[in-house]
Design a protein around this ligand. Structure first.
Ligand code: G1P
Length: 299
């Protein structure tokens, strides 16, 4: 049951990030110098995915341009003696095969995944949300690879979840399930609820933006009515799937940054910049001076 294909939905309007997203897809927001979607694609490639279908929409052409070759830019860089940069921009789209489909109407995440049915065919596949960076603790495998390992064990659809504060549950899909006797981080799901109120949430375990599905999810999506927000919700289709066959959740330790959220984006940018050898030390010194009130004369 090797998982070769992945769908990356990147069709959302990004309204929480206006005005930046008026003409730029939120998935192209940079974390220092790399767009969020490139992090997601690299995670897929490092997890063994060979073929990616990106679901885009109106105004998302920057995504296709980013993963395409750009001969003019490469020529300019090579002529200027900047071979490293020329190689860097050439390699961006070469790590996996990339295909695109446009979602014509904003009918939700479930609808976006449904559009991948013909491309995926009758095999298991992964889903990586294009606005979510997964940051595993140092030394651990990429997020999707951890989930694929767990999929290899249970051989059933599985979703990554993480604990969130109760007041955050209404931002996420929340799951309810029973831990497996052989691994308490694996839960067999009984129920999933999309964006419940804190009173109605069955737990504090939130869907973290990485999934592996058996192709049976497509049948469930065909019959899923519009749910929360008037959209076809992937979570609702998973509920139906859990009635028909086992569906699991993996409670993992990886950090997740929801880039559609302004504060999360700012945190991600700062954390990643602090870790880089070219920006880390100087940024740390700058922040320390800012926080100690010595902001005057900062360079
Ligand atoms: C989507 C899913 C939700 C999940 C979340 C993770 O919501 O519907 O179940 O918890 O992604 O980011 P969205 O962020 O698109 O509103």
């Amino acid at each position: 049951m090797k998982v070769r294909k992945a769908i990356i939905p990147a069709a959302g309007m990004g309204t929480r990030f206006l005005p930046a997203t008026k003409s730029m897809p939120k998935e192209m927001l940079p974390i220092v110098d790399k767009p969020v979607l490139q992090f997601v694609l690299e995670e897929a490639a490092e997890s063994g995915i060979e073929d990616v279908l990106i679901i885009t929409g109106r105004g998302k052409q920057a995504i296709e341009n980013h993963f395409d070759y750009n001969p003019d830019l490469e020529h300019f860089l090579r002529a200027a003696g900047k071979q490293d940069l020329a190689d860097l921009v050439r390699d961006i789209g070469d790590r996996v095969r990339i295909h695109y489909i446009r979602q014509k109407e904003q009918l939700g995440l479930g609808d976006a995944i449904r559009l991948g049915r013909d491309h995926v065919g009758d095999e298991p596949f992964a889903v990586l949300l294009g606005d979510t960076i997964i940051d595993p603790p140092p030394g651990q495998k990429p997020g999707l690879l951890q989930l694929l390992d767990a999929f290899g064990q249970v051989r059933s659809s599985i979703v990554a979840v993480h604990r969130v504060p109760r007041e955050w549950v209404s931002r996420y899909g929340i799951v309810e399930g029973d831990p497996e006797p052989f691994d308490e981080n694996l839960l067999r799901l009984r129920r999933l609820v999309e964006k419940p109120s804190p009173e109605q949430a069955p737990s504090d375990l939130a869907i973290a933006g990485r999934y592996v599905f058996t192709p049976e999810i497509f049948d469930c999506l065909e019959t899923t009515p519009r749910g929360v927000g008037g959209e076809i919700q992937l979570t609702d289709a998973m509920n139906q799937l859990a009635i028909e066959e086992p569906v699991f959740a993996l409670a993992w330790q990886a950090r997740r940054f929801d880039i559609g959220n302004r504060l999360e984006y700012a945190k991600c940018f700062v954390e990643f910049a602090l870790r880089r050898p070219d920006t880390g030390a100087a940024l740390r010194a700058h922040i320390e001076r800012l926080l100690s009130g010595g902001g005057e004369g900062l360079l």
